[in-house]
Ligand binder design. Structure first.
Ligand code: PLA
Length: 462
């Protein structure tokens, strides 16, 4: 609290002419009695305002109730505050190397050097839709450079604030312009933020069955039935690959069936592609689902993140894409997207976008990026193998094949909330309450510790 005389703080609030009123140090006797009176009145008013302030807010607890902390970021905070030397962070899906350290991709370091040594670099605004050298390559990454949709120029792309921003722009675009059933069907479970992103723009969210607790794999029949039962022309959110949080993806054959079903029902697919390159280590393979839908001529939208595959988490690089029927539609859609973008962020951030653009436009750097991706996905796969082997070796009750069957950044362990909480309290292992672990948090140094902790908790808590 400031220690100076209260009037020095209060006067400017109550009296718009306060700048011309005497400061506490100026002798009041030098002013006229009228202005003295005014000063006293304004002081009384301001003190009254000040006293009344706590109860006179427009933002009472009723109007602005206290919201709970975001569970994932709360988990991160709890992890950082934990003094245990054994603590293990399996929360947020951010890649870690074998020393549990964030990994700046070597190719990103190179691109960063190129960027910083560019004598023509300036800090002007990017165009509203972002830098074309990024957006043009970003869509190629998803559809394949020789995609007919690209040749026919019936796509439009816009740079966004990473994958979250792309999901938001997609949600907003649907809320404003989609004329079908404005309900978004999401997998049960899905990335928790999907629910808030769609609710934020007043789109209702309905779940479709996805994960089978029994098999710890895909409930394909349930998924298909729900998509078939949804009213025609509904928005269907699909994870392009490496499903979060389950690590369970449909097979290519199952994707083909889903694409047929979606086409038949004239649904509108909304692909969230946050992990391209993390599922198989192969960019094209991880885009197979999207390509299959595009090949069938299905109109769709894609939210794309470069957070994970470039390790550009905090730089917020991503894109939103629309694949439609004709160049004319694409142009109209782009014109409206530009208005949405302008009113929200005006123009997108440059740093991460430039890094990704440098890599995507240079064949040698691109090849090196693919190596970096294989290194990340390869280490995660080796952790899956090691974890399953250790649990089986310990004879931990239950089956553990799902650890190696599941793919991508996460594993849905099957541990229940009580087990998760006990692991946090006793073993200082941090994972989300639904039993999801970020596989990248495991390494050759902590995997034994983690497996033993899981073994213990599974035996002790049902
Ligand atoms: N879509 C999915 C499916 C995601 O899992 C994430 C991130 C995003 C979009 C958004 O990523 P971006 O905005 O950073 O590009 N999911 C993380 C982080 C990695 C988070 O929740 O924000 C996760 O741990 O689930």
């Amino acid at each position: 609290m400031p220690t100076s005389h209260p009037t020095s703080h209060l006067a400017p609030v109550a009296n718009p002419n306060a700048t011309s009123s005497p400061s506490p140090s100026s002798p009041l006797s030098s002013t006229s009695s009228r202005s003295q009176q005014q000063t006293s009145i304004s002081r009384i008013r301001s003190i009254a305002n000040h006293m009344a302030a706590p109860s006179s807010t427009r933002f009472s607890a009723e109007a602005v109730p206290q919201a709970p902390e975001d569970p994932l970021y709360g988990l991160k905070r709890a992890f950082l505050a934990d003094p245990s030397p054994n603590k293990v962070d399996l929360g947020i899906g951010a890649y870690r190397d074998d020393n549990a350290k964030p990994w700046v991709l070597p190719v990103v370091k190179k691109a960063d050097d190129i960027l910083r040594n560019d004598p023509n670099l300036d800090h002007e605004y990017a165009p509203i839709a972002g830098i074309p050298t990024l957006t043009s390559k970003a869509i190629e990454l998803l559809l394949g450079a020789d995609s007919p949709a690209l040749k026919e120029k019936r796509t439009t792309s816009m740079q966004t604030i990473s994958g979250t921003g792309a999901c938001h722009v997609g949600a907003l675009f649907c809320a404003r312009f989609f004329r079908g059933n404005k309900t978004v069907y999401v997998s049960d479970p899905t990335w928790a933020n999907h629910n808030q992103i769609f609710s934020n723009v007043d789109l209702p969210v309905v779940k479709y069955p996805y994960f089978s607790k029994d098999t710890k794999g895909l409930n394909f029949a349930g998924m298909k039935a729900a998509i078939a039962d949804a009213p025609e022309e509904s928005i269907i959110l699909l994870h392009a690959c490496a499903h979060n949080p389950t690590g369970v993806d449909p097979t290519v054959e199952q994707w083909a069936e889903l694409a047929d079903l979606v086409a038949q029902k004239r649904h509108f697919p909304f692909f969230d592609c946050a992990y391209q390159g993390f599922a198989s280590g192969n960019l094209a393979k991880d885009a197979a689902a999207i390509r299959l839908f595009v090949e069938r001529g299905i109109e769709l939208i894609i939210a794309q993140s470069f957070a994970k595959n470039f390790g550009l988490y905090g730089e917020r690089a991503g894109c939103f894409h629309v694949v439609t029927d004709t160049p004319e539609t694409a142009t109209r859609v782009a014109s409206q997207l530009a208005i949405l973008q302008r009113s929200e962020i005006s123009s997108p951030p440059l740093y991460g976008a430039r890094i990704a653009s440098i890599v995507l436009n240079d064949p040698a750097l691109f090849a090196e990026w693919e190596d970096n991706l294989r290194e990340m996905s390869g280490r995660i796969i080796s952790m899956r193998t090691a974890l399953r082997a250790k649990l089986e070796e310990l004879g931990t009750p239950g089956t553990w094949n799902h650890i190696t069957d599941q793919i991508g950044m996460f594993s849905f362990t099957g541990l229940n909330e009580a087990q998760v909480l006990k692991l946090r309290e006793e073993a200082h292992v941090y994972m989300t309450k639904n039993g999801r672990i970020s596989m990248a948090g495991l390494n050759t140094k902590n995997i034994d510790y983690f497996a033993k902790a899981v073994d213990k908790v599974v035996r002790e808590v049902q």
